[in-house]
Design a protein around this ligand. Structure first.
Ligand SMILES: N[C@@H](CCC(=O)N[C@@H](CS)C(=O)NCC(=O)O)C(=O)O
Length: 215
């Protein structure tokens, strides 16, 4: 089984979390961001994550992949269906542009495998600069302003208790990828509960944070 993904993609992290937590044997494949053909060959669309079974069948859509990975019998427990994470997701949404201005330019500057070539960086940069309406250079220059907005939003976010019984919940699959990506912003202030939450879920899923390369 192969899990095609980008390291920075929150939808890919959903699948990666569940594959890790449920101990599903798989190979991680990081596609180049501009390798349209590889994506189309697998699912007929330029989209990750993609799960490919050993018989060659491939599927997209992170939540379908999560369900497929959860359906496989392994020694690990199944996902806890608890999914009451809408207050946290709404908070993240409310500062979506500030978060994008922080993350998009950093995505291509921290040595991720999907951006291993100049072509992949240029492909992503062109599309995401159009989305935020400013250049990555300007977004980096405006870091203080976007950080302040993101920090205020995080400070007011309702606390999410970490999974207490060693069982990953659907709510974690939805929220963790977004909070985890914010660790690529150096010295971004997070409430204490959030750091604890990130560390617990990271350990549970065998994923990684970005503190060691934050900029
Ligand atoms: N609904 C899809 C959304 C996946 C998605 O938007 N993936 C992004 C990466 S974060 C993507 O592949 N975008 C196309 C691109 O990067 O060119 C899912 O949940 O899997």
């Amino acid at each position: 089984m192969k899990l095609y993904q980008y390291d920075h993609c929150p939808f890919c992290v959903r699948a990666d979390m569940v594959a890790g937590f449920r101990q599903v044997p798989h190979e991680k494949v990081y596609l180049l961001n501009d390798d349209e053909q590889a994506h189309f060959d697998l699912i007929g669309a330029k989209m990750v994550p993609i799960l490919q079974f050993d018989d060659g069948r491939a599927m997209g859509e992170s939540l379908d992949i999560v369900a497929a990975l959860d359906a496989i019998e392994t020694p690990a427990p199944h996902l806890d269906p608890w999914a009451e994470a809408s207050p946290q997701l709404a908070a993240l949404d409310s500062e979506g542009r500030a978060v994008n201005c922080l993350l998009f330019p950093r995505n291509v500057r921290i040595g991720l495998p999907e951006f291993a070539t100049e072509g992949a960086i240029a492909y992503f940069t062109e599309r995401k600069e159009a989305m935020i309406g400013i250049s990555f250079g300007q977004a980096m220059e405006e870091t203080a302003q976007h950080k302040a907005a993101a920090e205020a939003m995080l400070a007011a976010m309702p606390e999410l208790a970490p999974p207490a019984d060693g069982r990953l919940r659907m709510g974690d699959v939805l929220v963790y990828p977004h909070l985890r990506n914010l660790t690529m912003v150096r010295d971004l202030a997070m409430p204490g509960w959030m750091r604890g939450y990130l560390e617990t879920v990271t350990a549970l899923c065998g994923t990684h944070l970005y503190d060691d390369r934050a900029i």
